[in-house]
Every structure is written in structure tokens, then in C-alpha cells.
Design a protein around this ligand. Structure first.
Ligand code: FES
Ligand code: FES
Length: 173
């Protein structure tokens, strides 16, 4: 028993304190010196001050932390930043082009698709990822494929309407 405890201690002692990670975030190359266990979410929020991406559950269950990695949506709380070395990350701050909002952002405003707004950056990034996937054929698909994103104040019908407008799927399908 004692030997087992010792071996855990030895393993911990060999971990490097920090690692250098290079990411392209919203089009800009960034280099971070971080502990190897830093999540991508914490790297964005705590080291790059990109606080648009929200921490909800921190356990992969709410989708508030959704960002795009090489165009694919992921829960950034479940990913270590070091695992994304060299990747292209897009957060909510990187979706607009200057003053021109992304069509999903405009549709969210038009359809009043947020209430408290806390889940909104994750919902919007997830919707952009959904567009990139090209798998939506019906409104039911939107609901199903957005089901990893939880909205606690219940803006779901407006969120679906907003995404529907951009993807232009039949409303009653
Ligand atoms: S904060 Fe990442 S899924 Fe909830
Ligand atoms: S807008 Fe409040 S949780 Fe979704």
C-alpha cells in the first residue's frame, strides 16, 4: 500500500510545471506558457482574456464553453490546451468581421434568441459548427444537434427560429 502511494508521488514529481503552447486564436497566433493540465477554456478566459466563452458546468454537460477548433465545435472545458497545439481556434469574439456580424449572430438578435445571454456565446458557436457540419435537413435536426447546449432560461424556440432562418430548413419538417 505504501509503495503504491510512493509511486503516485513520484509520477506527480516528474510532471513539467509549464509547457509552451502555440494556438491561432481568432486569426492571431498566440503563444502561452501554461501548466499542462490547463483546459482550453481556462487558457482562453484566464490567459487570453477572451471571456466571451462561458464556464457553466465545467464538466461537458452544458455547452456554454463551446468554441470552434479547426471549424469543429467542441466543449473547451473538456479539452486540454496542449492537445490543440497548432490548432485554429475561433471564439465568439472572432465570429464578426469588423462591424459585420456573423449571420447567426444577426439572426439571434433578430429573433430575440437570448434572455440572460449566458449560454448565448456557446449556442452561437455551436450553431456555426452545425452549419459547417452540413447535416441539418429538418427543424427536428436542429433541436437534436443543438441538444448539447443547455439554455437555463428557455430561449429554445427563438434559438431554433434563428438557426432555422440562416439554414433555411422547412419549419414544419
Ligand atoms: S462549461 Fe463546458 S460543457 Fe459546461
Ligand atoms: S439565455 Fe440564459 S441561459 Fe440561455
Amino acid at each position: 500500500m505504501l509503495a503504491e502511494t510512493k509511486s503516485y508521488t513520484d509520477t506527480a514529481a516528474t510532471l513539467p510545471e509549464t509547457r509552451v503552447v502555440t494556438l491561432t486564436v481568432n486569426g492571431t497566433r498566440r503563444q502561452l506558457t501554461i501548466a499542462p493540465w490547463t483546459t482550453l477554456l481556462d487558457a482562453l478566459r484566464e490567459y487570453l482574456d477572451l471571456t466571451g466563452t462561458k464556464k457553466g458546468c465545467d464538466h461537458g454537460q452544458c455547452g456554454a464553453c463551446t468554441v470552434l477548433v479547426d471549424g469543429k465545435r467542441i466543449n473547451s472545458c473538456l479539452t486540454l490546451a496542449v492537445m490543440k497545439e497548432g490548432a485554429d481556434i475561433t471564439t465568439i469574439e472572432g465570429l464578426a468581421e469588423g462591424d459585420a456580424l456573423h449571420p447567426i449572430q444577426s439572426a439571434f438578435i433578430e429573433h430575440d434568441a437570448f434572455q440572460c445571454g449566458y449560454c448565448t456565446p456557446g449556442q452561437i458557436c455551436s450553431a456555426v459548427g452545425l452549419m459547417n457540419e452540413g447535416r441539418v435537413r429538418t427543424t427536428a435536426d436542429i433541436r437534436e444537434l443543438m441538444s448539447g447546449n443547455i439554455c437555463r432560461c428557455g430561449a429554445y424556440p427563438h434559438i431554433v427560429d434563428a438557426i432555422n432562418e440562416v439554414l433555411q430548413v422547412p419549419k414544419k419538417a
